[in-house]
Design a protein around this ligand. Sequence first.
Ligand code: AGP
Length: 608
Amino acid sequence: MCGIVGYVGAREAAPILMEGLRRLEYRGYDSAGVAIQNGHGLGVVKLAGRVHALQERLAREPLCGGTGIGHTRWATHGAPNTRNAHPHCDCTGTIALVHNGIIENADALRAALERQGHRFATETDTETLAHLIEDAAGATLEERVIAALTHVDGTYGLAVVSATEPRKIVVARQGSPVLLGIGENELFVASDASAVLEHTRSVVYLDDGDIAVLTPGEYHVIDGDSHVQLRSVDDIAWDLTAIELGGYPHFMLKEIMEQSETVRATLRGRLLFEQGTARLNGLNLPPEACAAIQRIVIVACGTSWHSGLVGRQVIEELTGIPVQVEYASEYRYRRQLALPGTLTIAVSQSGETADTLEAMRAARAAGSRVLGIVNVVGSTIARESDGGIYLHAGPEIGVASTKAFTSQIVALVLFGLYVGRQRDLDEERGREVVRRLTQLPQLVSRTLALDPQIQALAERYAGTRNCLYLGRGVSFPVALEGALKLKELSYIHAEGYPAAEMKHGPIALIDANMPVVFVVPKDEVYPKVLSNMREVQARGGRIIAITSEGNGDLGTLADQQLPVPATLPLLSPVLTSIPLQLLAYHIAVRRGCDVDRPRNLAKSVTVE
Ligand code: AGP
């Protein structure tokens, strides 16, 4: 949601905080600010707008000092404006803090604090924390933070500085991700590793309930009773180039174009051709556990929910186990049916999406074994699940998910293969899947070569106001994903629908102004989709068909065809989704949209 950073050390904090905020801007980008201990109090600068605007402001009004905190915001409480931008201070201006999360009981706390005479300057939930700390008893900042947090319901990743305790940052975590970066005689705070990688690869992931106290070169972690907590120091595997544009105009295009490599990375070391199965060391699902699975529930949000839908068909096909796919935000509040043999899989690129995390926790509380299919190493879902599969797709910076989607599908196929072979999937069939998976990276490269054609299409459709995406079987979730990409990037209203379902309503939308994108690879439902295409053509709809190479059937049925290489039907979504990613990207660029920072969105939704 929001991004927080902190620094305490011998160097000037401002440039380090700004670089960190620039790296975290994909988490939220409607306002930003910093607070720095300047030797005679706290210097606070904040404004509505992007991190680069804050950078320009600090260039005109520099803040000096080696200890500071910073924030880039995705507004939840209080409009995105300068007044509500973080950091927030107490009445005296001696305490400043930045926060990622939501204080559920902020209204009640605010009313109580106002009755005690506190004056609030903003509409935010976060400001209550500053006044609570101001009010709290304790000889040290950390004691006061601990005391203040006993009154708080909600989620937080928090960093606090005080004018009266120089060279100290107090950090707290409950529900929102925070890590410490361990440098040479300097320490960093960040919502995720991309903000500290420039300075160190050594990070400490804080757990819920942790309070960390940072002073130059020294830190310790305590719990709410001030008992010291030991936390491991982990190494970040990827390097800076992974979070640089690398010559591309946008992270989204870079991430689309690197999918041949990222699919290869998800497969690396996991294919066993002779045995016709997959090796998934982190899954922690021994053969007997595979045999005991009665049903699988996939919980996810957004694009991850779409890959979950593909996963359902793949897993049912390869294992014979019934799979249901649930919107995590709905599932977490439904009655949990604690049926024996239930396995819950949380699919999440960031591993921090609050609804998916809570749905996973609810399933566990109801007795289900929980697995995570996650991209971000060390994220909460990864650390709290009983086992899982890392995508190894590298950091995904573009807010619109692309390479994570294709790698999630590959991971779900690997899961289905592994569990299927532990049950009744025969070796030959397993080998066929392994063979086709091995070919996938190269087929992805061939699909990416369609880009010039897709640019021409984008030129033609950039002015459209609506768009319908249709597909059947495993292509239905691809249609949903194509529609989501167009919506979130170009703000064009778009809908994805099962192709046959079109006759039950959406067909009313069809006319010469409605582009209809059919995802129609040659598979077992292909003939059925052809009839749906005829129904659209008969009503003057303009058809774009994502179909299999060498498919001469479509003739005049489609206005434009984008041929993707043939593969196993179960794997086709990895290929058919790529032209839809590129189409949405190029249309958004032509409409002058901010592709990497679409309006109103954030990369990881860590609040409810
Ligand atoms: C997709 O492009 C969006 N960014 C969004 O729908 C995203 O997929 C959703 O928020 C889930 O995120 P996660 O995979 O990190 O849990």
